[in-house]
Ligand binder design. Structure first.
Ligand code: PLP
Length: 361
């Protein structure tokens, strides 16, 4: 039995009371005009919050964020494409694995851990016939937020079809899909949307909708033609995570009522700033050279990052986000998404100060 702890991870994160209350209700039957209305409202609000083109479409996929990453690659690219993949950590690596599985010709730009993509690195591929680019605008594993304006300019100049995984950046950092000329934007239910996991969301610009209809991917569940066709009547091809879609609806309306996407970005940015101001008193180094408001990646100077995660969990009832693989001992991350307050930040800072007094840092 896992008891609930104060949650500073990057997902699943804490939900609002209204979202949690909905989770206790019976799951309704969904092939109804009422559920279609709810789905149309979800589509409208997602388009507004991503600043998508008025003719953009939104697919709600049952599956975690990776399902939508896979759907985007499988439905938007073919063997005729030549794709650039930005790989600065485990989520960039995932895009690289996907283009390999789907036999999409590609070149990968490998970045050093914690380093942003530079103009020189990107423009080495200028004018070389690339047709697509895959990027995780916030590489959550290292906490690096890439310069999306620079990437957008490069793609516009080269006529490149831009797919942006904004799974952990949506609602945390400014993102104007239409101005950036992004063709596809992906996010998920369990990051800053602060709902249970189970749904990921793909926003398709009109040129992406065209590509989807022209393509024949070798998959059924992730075939976006089915999702788009059913979406015209506010439905999905298969039984979706109905409960999570209802929670997303409540949450999107909460954000709208509180001032929309700008207000939510500001709320998260304020929490991140409040935390970062206090963390400098402690023996940690911020490892990213360009951060999202979503998360602060920290390198403890004296002890194992994973030990800090375990002690906070077992002795202070707090979850921070550990890193995997060869970063496990070097880096941990503190998320600023979900239903958190500055008082919660203080509780974490106090716990870390107490660990310092006990010579555990
Ligand atoms: C969380 C996340 C994903 C998706 O992970 P899932 O576990 O499949 O939900 C993808 N990309 C980024 C950048 C993420 O932060």
């Amino acid at each position: 039995m896992i008891t609930n702890k104060l949650n500073f991870t990057v997902g699943p994160v804490q939900s609002s009371d209204a979202v949690r209350e909905l989770g206790s209700e019976q799951v309704p039957y969904f092939r109804t005009p009422e559920f279609s209305e709810l789905m149309f409202e979800n589509e409208r609000l997602m388009k507004a919050f991503t600043k998508a083109d008025e003719n953009a479409r939104v697919c709600f996929m049952t599956g975690s964020g990776t399902a939508s990453m896979e759907a985007a690659v499988a439905n938007c690219f073919t063997q005729e494409d030549k794709v650039l993949v930005i790989n600065g950590g485990s989520f960039g690596h995932r895009f690289e694995e996907l283009v390999e599985i789907y036999d999409i010709p590609h070149t990968t730009i490998h970045l050093e851990m914690g380093k942003a993509l530079t103009r020189e690195q990107l423009y080495a591929y200028d004018g070389q016939g690339y047709t697509g680019l895959l990027v995780n605008v916030h590489e959550t594993s290292t906490g690096v937020h890439y310069d999306i304006e620079m990437i957008s300019d490069f793609c516009k100049k080269n006529g490149i079809f831009l797919i942006v995984d904004a799974i952990s950046s949506f609602l945390c950092d400014e993102f104007d899909m239409k101005a950036l000329g992004a063709s596809v934007m992906i996010t998920g239910s369990q990051k800053a949307l602060a709902c249970p996991p189970g749904i990921s969301i793909i926003v398709l610009a009109p040129n992406a909708v065209e590509r989807v209809y022209a393509n024949k991917p070798k998959c059924m569940y992730l075939d976006l033609k089915l999702a788009l066709k059913n979406g015209e009547r506010g439905q999905t091809p298969f039984t979706p995570a109905v409960a999570t879609l209802r929670q997303i609806n409540v949450r999107l309306k909460e954000i709208e009522a509180a001032g929309g996407v700008e207000a939510e970005i500001k709320r998260i940015a304020d929490l991140a700033e409040d935390f970062r101001k206090q963390i400098i008193e402690l023996p940690f180094e911020i490892i990213s050279d360009s951060m999202s408001n979503c998360v602060t990646p920290l390198h403890p100077k004296n002890v194992s990052a994973y030990d800090i995660f375990t002690i906070l969990k077992d002795e202070y009832d707090i979850w921070i986000c550990p890193n995997g693989g060869d970063m496990a001992d070097k880096v941990f991350r503190v998320g600023h998404i979900g239903y958190l307050t500055k008082e919660d930040n203080k509780r974490l800072i106090d716990a870390l100060k107490d660990m310092q007094r006990r010579n555990l840092l």
